[in-house]
Design a protein around this ligand. Structure first.
Ligand SMILES: NC(=O)c1ccc[n+]([C@@H]2O[C@H](COP(=O)([O-])OP(=O)(O)OC[C@H]3O[C@@H](n4cnc5c(N)ncnc54)[C@H](OP(=O)(O)O)[C@@H]3O)[C@@H](O)[C@H]2O)c1
Length: 308
């Protein structure tokens, strides 16, 4: 299937989804598509005004839309915990957790707990959120976690000696790359650990190639080139949607566009970057993420299988 589109998405009636950063861009299109297919979708957004506008747009388009707004700023682990507790108290299932929210090359800034913003939001916030919602995911048949990464992971490394870019000085692009490599390492490691304990929760990952969104807001370089190379958000959301709903996925897949340098096109299975398959790095990142967030999954480490 080389041209996977919205029409290929199975019906999602009766399924419950959470999409982080769903008020705009790829997250909004992901939420909208899931609602159109019948899912009950929670848009987890940091800005309630923007979130309300997103809900209004979806409700205006889809009759009887099951779209709901919840407050979630991933740069504050207290908010992550509050969101997860409220969600777990109000819902008895979670079919899809879509870790989409992201920030790219902002000026040097820190999360509420003092982490570099991109590592803190893109990786640690999502790590804590997934850990807190895992019991709900595990009690839901055929549930899935989808991690949204980026081709920016290609040249990236995890700087264990200076994860927060404190001693070397802040470098926006390497920090973004680190956070997006962390996304892939997390997706793979989470799937390995879940499988090892016999859990049926699937973990997939996706990247949207180059899509014109607000992500480029702080990079004039990216903003100039976006109209030339970028896809429109509905197309950019397709890899995420395929990762979330393709019935043939068995866990561990990574989806991205099939075109030139995976910048545009239709979603197909693609390879994670080589460093994302380093189980030793994944295990180390996992342990540090548990320590930094205080979120302990209780999933034992799996023996590293080396580079795949
Ligand atoms: N666009 C691309 O070409 C591209 C390429 C590769 C990967 N990606 C990835 O795709 C994902 C979606 O990005 P996008 O392109 O759709 O960008 P976007 O339009 O800027 O959307 C990002 C979303 O994340 C939210 N967000 C940012 N910081 C947050 C925080 N602290 N807590 C909660 N939500 C937060 C934003 O909220 P606000 O609106 O309030 O800021 C927004 O809803 C990101 O993970 C990004 O890294 C995008």
């Amino acid at each position: 299937m080389s041209h996977w589109t919205f029409d290929d998405m199975p019906d999602q009636s009766g399924r419950r989804a959470v999409v982080t950063g769903a008020n705009t861009g790829i997250g909004f299109e992901t939420a909208r598509a899931l609602v159109r297919k019948g899912a009950h979708v929670t848009l987890a957004c940091r800005n309630s005004e923007k979130g309300r506008r997103a809900i209004d747009r979806i409700r205006a388009e889809v009759t009887g839309a099951s779209a709901f707004l919840e407050q979630l700023d991933l740069s504050d682990l207290d908010q992550v915990e509050a969101f997860a507790s409220k969600y777990a108290a109000e819902n008895d299932r979670l079919d899809l957790l879509i870790l989409n929210a992201g920030v790219m090359v902002p000026p040097a800034s820190k999360t509420a707990q003092g982490f570099e913003l991109q590592f803190g939001v893109n990786h640690l916030g999502h790590f804590a959120l997934t850990g807190a919602l895992l019991p709900l995911l595990q009690q839901t048949e055929s549930s899935r976690v989808v991690v949204v990464s980026s081709t920016a992971a290609v040249q990236a490394a995890i700087h264990f000696d200076d994860l927060q870019f404190e001693t070397r000085g802040y470098a926006p692009w390497p920090a973004y790359g680190q956070s997006k490599l962390a996304n892939q390492l997390f997706a793979r490691e989470l799937q390995r650990r879940l499988r090892a304990v016999g859990s049926s929760v699937l973990v997939t990952a996706a990247h949207p190639g180059w899509t014109v969104t607000d992500l480029q807001r702080t990079s004039s370089f990216a903003r100039c080139l976006s109209p030339v190379f970028g896809m429109k958000p509905p197309q950019g959301a397709l890899p995420t949607l395929r990762a979330a709903t393709d019935p043939e996925a068995t866990g561990g897949e990574y989806f991205g566009p099939n075109g030139f340098f995976q910048m545009r096109g239709y979603p197909v299975r693609v390879e994670m970057v080589k460093r994302a398959k380093d189980d030793v790095t994944a295990k180390r990142l996992w342990a540090i993420s548990e320590e930094l967030t205080g979120t302990y999954y209780g999933l034992p480490p799996v023996r590293p299988s080396g580079l795949a």
